[in-house]
Design a protein around this ligand. Sequence first.
Ligand code: NAG
Ligand code: NAG
Ligand code: NAG
Ligand code: NAG
Ligand code: NAG
Ligand code: NAG
Ligand code: NAG
Ligand code: NAG
Length: 457
Amino acid sequence: MSPHLVFAVVLFVAFCRSVYSQNLTQAQLAIVSDRLGEGASHSWEYGTRAEALLEYTASTFSVLSSSPLPPPSTVPSNLTDALSVVFNISKTIVAGRANSNGNITGPQPLIQDSSAGDPASIGVTVLLANWTGQGQKDGLDYAGAAEDQLNFLFQDVPKTSDGALSHRVDQVQLWSDFVYMVPPFLAYYGVITENRTLVSEAYNQISLYRSYLRDPDANNLWKHILLGSSGNDEGHWATGNAWAAAGMTRVLGTIQRSQYDKSLANEQKDLANWIQEIHGGMYPLLNSNGLFRNYPDNDTTFYDASSTALLASTVYRLSYLWNVHTHLPLAEQCRKALSSSSGAQVSFGTTPSPTSSSSSSPSATSTTPPASPSSILGLDHFTSDGWLTPVVNPDSYGSQGTQSPEGQAFILEMQSAWRDWVADGAKGANGSVRGADLSVTLTWLFAVFVGITVVYR
Ligand SMILES: *[C@@H]1O[C@H](CO)[C@@H](O)[C@H](O)[C@H]1NC(C)=O
Ligand SMILES: *[C@@H]1O[C@H](CO)[C@@H](O)[C@H](O)[C@H]1NC(C)=O
Ligand SMILES: *[C@@H]1O[C@H](CO)[C@@H](O)[C@H](O)[C@H]1NC(C)=O
Ligand SMILES: *[C@@H]1O[C@H](CO)[C@@H](O)[C@H](O)[C@H]1NC(C)=O
Ligand SMILES: *[C@@H]1O[C@H](CO)[C@@H](O)[C@H](O)[C@H]1NC(C)=O
Ligand SMILES: *[C@@H]1O[C@H](CO)[C@@H](O)[C@H](O)[C@H]1NC(C)=O
Ligand SMILES: *[C@@H]1O[C@H](CO)[C@@H](O)[C@H](O)[C@H]1NC(C)=O
Ligand SMILES: *[C@@H]1O[C@H](CO)[C@@H](O)[C@H](O)[C@H]1NC(C)=O
């Protein structure tokens, strides 16, 4: 082999590494997913886990892939294992809902909760279980459970005078989290049952929530919690902004892949603009370490890797779904920071006392390798047993926590979004459409270089 060719190969490998380095491995992600399966114990954690698993392991059935909606009504044989993990979530919830709700009939949430919105996050998976005929195998009434959840939202949940559904059961209170929990369920329900009104209602709820929570005095960041008798949080909680952007992204993907793509074109434009509006408020506040603070505009609050991961996923998705690449370089900075391994665990000043894991259910991803601590050791933003760090406590949004199931799901969502974006040509890696062109140009230059080297060696 000529020295030139060796040099060319070295250059090419270096080029590839510069594009693809700092990638979490499948084994590491399996551990992240195992911790998620063990830790998920709240309504929104079940729903978010199901969405993350669909995106990561069965993307044909996710609303964020390029596959049309409604999805296939039969499960392809190569996705049977992946989907069985997801369907086990809907099965457990639907089988347990009578007990959870005190055996009532009629409108009821999928699982009992003081949050009106969070249980609906499981609804997409319940609809998918119905659509793919899981009830014929296990005798459960998935369609009935989804319908009861829908009717509960419209009949039992209090709302503002202009129609924004509350995120709480006992009073009208609006949380930015709602946008991830409820509108994606309404949109998916509408697409599956061919009810355009419901798809529009998903958009309408988002529009209403935005009208209350968007803060024009803070570069359009969303406030976290408004209205209600107590427990307001007018701060611009990072995860809340990410929930809102991610919920809008799910509704955008659902409409775009559906039979309502054309008739709801303006709604999609609004959603894409509103996602960018949040990106525009958040990313100027990103810290040089690649993480947001728990309240991004408050420097006394701790760094939070979970919101950082979820928001990054929405940047890749917006590029993939809507050809907007503005914040790609910053999402890449976040992803690389969260995937980095400098060899030593990075210290973040505060060491919160460990809280016990809320659930001890065995791992659902039994096909993945065992959680060998050594295989994830060395990642700067994961503990040796695979928990993302530092993270906000998912049960107490003002405090730092140790184990965040939602944070684990956000890593899978970030990784899936990144993977699909890379497969789509990594458009805008340099902050504009020309980034992709640059990669192509460099690759061609390399090919010509190799050609010349080979001919003249
Ligand atoms: C990144 O890692 C994932 C998971 O290990 C793997 O499937 C994928 O091929 C990797 N992508 C690149 C571009 O290296
Ligand atoms: C499953 O098989 C289909 C072809 O039938 C293929 O297009 C798809 O990529 C496969 N999916 C996975 C996850 O292997
Ligand atoms: C609901 O029904 C189950 C099974 O019939 C029973 O064990 C349970 O006590 C009932 N719960 C309530 C609150 O009535
Ligand atoms: C349940 O699935 C069937 C198709 O198998 C579909 O016709 C029906 O609309 C679905 N119901 C709900 C509530 O999604
Ligand atoms: C669409 O869904 C709404 C809410 O459940 C319901 O009131 C309406 O009757 C449905 N429309 C059709 C055409 O099924
Ligand atoms: C910033 O965060 C600290 C710590 O949570 C809090 O005490 C303070 O009120 C916050 N400042 C503003 C302006 O919200
Ligand atoms: C299904 O979920 C239940 C409840 O979380 C769990 O106990 C069980 O191990 C799971 N089964 C499989 C096959 O994943
Ligand atoms: C453009 O993007 C590629 C791929 O992410 C990167 O390797 C390269 O350094 C970037 N170039 C500039 C000038 O930012």
